[in-house]
Design a protein around this ligand. Structure first.
Ligand code: AMP
Length: 128
């Protein structure tokens, strides 16, 4: 069965898209730790990131780097953290999280709540 991220990539489930190319897709995390918290995924459906073939993994990192620079230029933050963790969705993904302190990347913290309009606005700013 296709993962929720494959359904997002296929347009079967809506997402707040930030960037896309032939092989990769970036969209806002719906349970964000910070405004602009973005997930970057390969279109190829592989659960564990280190099971990706070398070329796809390298391309994923290059794509994430571009998205991270974009986030950094649009959202006020000291750095953009790149985090790979979690067991929830069996589709490799990188979290990009604008951060001003290490606490901003504590996944045990309560997630932020944004309205669909706020998510749309953030995605539009990042997608520019
Ligand atoms: P993890 O596997 O722990 O990294 O968790 C997967 C991440 O995907 C979580 O941060 C979820 O909030 C996020 N997520 C799950 N479903 C969606 C969705 N439909 N749209 C955006 N983000 C999602």
């Amino acid at each position: 069965m296709a993962t929720v991220f494959s359904k997002i990539i296929a347009g079967e489930i809506p997402s707040y898209k930030v960037a896309e190319d032939e092989n990769y897709y970036a969209f806002l995390d719906i349970n964000p730790l910070a405004e602009g918290h973005t997930l970057v995924v390969p279109k190829k459906e592989v659960d564990y990131i280190f099971d990706l073939d070398d070329e796809t993994l390298a391309g994923l990192t290059r794509f994430a780097k571009k998205v991270a620079h974009r986030i950094k230029s649009k959202i006020e933050c000291k750095k953009v953290a790149m985090v790979v963790l979690g067991l929830e969705v069996p589709h490799a993904h990188i979290h990009l999280i604008p951060m001003n302190s290490e606490n901003d990347v504590d996944f045990k913290r309560e997630k932020l709540r944004f309205t669909p309009e706020e998510f749309r606005k953030t995605a539009a700013i990042l997608a520019e």
